[in-house]
Design a binder for this molecule. Structure first.
Ligand code: NAD
Ligand code: MG
Length: 373
């Protein structure tokens, strides 16, 4: 009995789901105290040799505790601490990972563990995809964005000086372990940025989840575990379901995950990357995409208002920066979704129902006029 009480693994809120991809299927474990859950780690992290890749911000917070648990699970652990930041998601960092693995004589059976946000996850995943033509890897996401988005779905990679995420591979992890306790140290701004992607899942697929978010956004902002676990679970389920149907973005379905992103990317690029966090730009971008959907006569205006309200309540910006209409359009034309220069928007036909479409220019200009400062 005493063991039960002291053991965080017995937390009834903890949950898991499966990303169903045939022989590449994997579990997502979500809950509090998972980094200390020796049994769960023994079960989900395969192999006896583990190389943890993390960064200078996350290492002092969680590296020791994860290493100790993995040791207790009978595993040999080495770790590499990279510098922090999006600007480090590059070829030099990737080479540092390879140097480290070579120097430590790692082999095909070494499991890479990504401990950190999306930057560490994307980079470690790509290193795992290419080292010895592929070694197992496990995602241990420590930002909300990574727990609901980047750790799920198998997109891995690094930036090229001329473009974000331009070098990479589809490579699925063996498991995702999302410990919501790690979110307690996350800066507010980063938590809020992650909420943009959570709101997105409700808007594009699940009106019921959207409604739940309207009622529970305060709890998420207060980092209440039960609410976080539920929101992360539902987000992962939705993403996993889309990825299952369109793993390599070939049928167009996966593109609906870019709701808010066409406008959002224009904001990020137009202001210079790093001015607004990605999630902030996506939050504002969703408000703009909802406005455009209403103009197309597809989305009832009341739903558009609800999206704006929820984005605002989450603490995300709802007014876009003035870049000039011409510049806006130019920036949106370079979006990866586009075919032959025509801008493809993810719009809503209803709350919970997204489509990919082109729009007449006068409608787009009207949206820009309405939503820009
Ligand atoms: P990030 O990895 O840079 O993390 C944000 C900041 O929080 C960093 O400074 C980080 O060190 C710090 N941090 C991480 N965990 C922390 C914790 N628990 N406590 C305190 N600080 C912590 O950024 P992100 O938002 O997690 O991820 C963004 C990256 O993810 C981008 O490079 C983006 O391209 C990528 N991404 C990939 C996918 C995909 O499908 N692969 C999807 C979305 C985004
Ligand atoms: Mg995104």
């Amino acid at each position: 009995n005493r063991i039960r009480k002291d053991n965080p693994t017995m937390n009834s809120k903890n949950t898991h789901l499966k990303v169903d991809l045939g022989e590449r299927s994997y579990p997502i474990e979500i809950g509090t105290g998972l980094l200390k859950d020796v049994k769960l780690l023994a079960r989900t992290v395969q192999g006896n040799r583990i190389a943890i890749i993390t960064n200078t911000v996350v290492a002092p917070l969680y590296l020791e505790s994860l290493t100790r648990s993995l040791n207790e699970a009978g595993k040999q652990v080495i770790s590499l601490v990279l510098p922090d930041g999006e600007q480090e998601k590059n070829w030099e960092s990737l080479m540092k990972v390879f140097d480290f693995l070579m120097e430590h004589k790692c082999d095909r059976k070494t499991t890479l563990v990504a401990l950190g946000g999306g930057v560490i996850g994307d980079m470690t995943g790509y290193a795992a995809a290419s080292f010895m033509r592929g070694v197992p890897f496990v995602q241990v996401p420590t930002t909300l964005l990574a727990e609901v988005d980047s750790s799920v779905g198998g997109k891995t990679g690094i930036n090229h000086p001329l473009g974000k995420n331009m070098i990479g591979a589809f490579y699925q992890p063996e498991a995702v372990i999302a410990d919501t306790s790690t979110l307690n140290t996350l800066p507010d701004k980063e938590l809020i940025a992650g909420l943009a992607e959570v709101i997105k899942y409700g808007a594009i697929i699940d009106a019921g989840f959207f409604e739940w978010l309207e009622k529970n956004i305060e709890k998420l902002l207060n980092r209440e575990d039960e609410a976080l676990v539920y929101a992360i679970r539902r987000s992962c389920e939705i993403k996993a379901d889309i990825v299952r149907q369109d793993e390599r973005e070939s049928t167009g379905l996966r593109a609906i995950l870019n709701f808010g992103h066409t406008f959002g990317h224009a904001i990020e690029a137009g202001l210079g990357y790093g001015q607004w966090l990605h999630g902030e730009a996506v939050g504002c971008g969703m408000v703009m995409a909802a406005d455009l959907s209403a103009r197309m006569g597809w989305l009832d205006e009341s739903f558009g208002n609800r999206i704006r309200m929820l984005v605002k309540k989450a603490g995300l910006p709802v007014v876009a920066p003035a870049l000039g209409a011409e510049r806006w359009i130019e920036l949106m034309q370079v979006d990866k979704k586009n075919i032959g220069g025509e801008i493809q928007f993810v719009l809503l036909k209803a709350l919970g129902k997204a489509v990919v479409a082109k729009v007449p220019e006068d409608m787009l200009l009207a949206t820009l006029k309405e939503c820009v400062a």
